[in-house]
Design a protein around this ligand. Structure first.
Ligand SMILES: [Zn+2]
Length: 47
């Protein structure tokens, strides 16, 4: 699928904001490939 290709090429992920279990922080997780990304500044997409 094209969307999976977007994940594989690291072009775009379907980020979903989740909270850590102890509530001390947040992170993003891709709902398609499961990649984790720290939500440090909220706009840190690197291309
Ligand atoms: Zn992804």
């Amino acid at each position: 699928m094209l969307k999976m290709l977007m994940c594989k090429l690291n072009l775009r992920h379907a980020w979903h904001i989740e909270s850590s279990e102890d509530g001390s922080g947040r992170y993003r997780r891709c709902t398609r490939c499961g990649k984790y990304d720290r939500d440090s500044d909220g706009s840190g997409f690197m291309h």
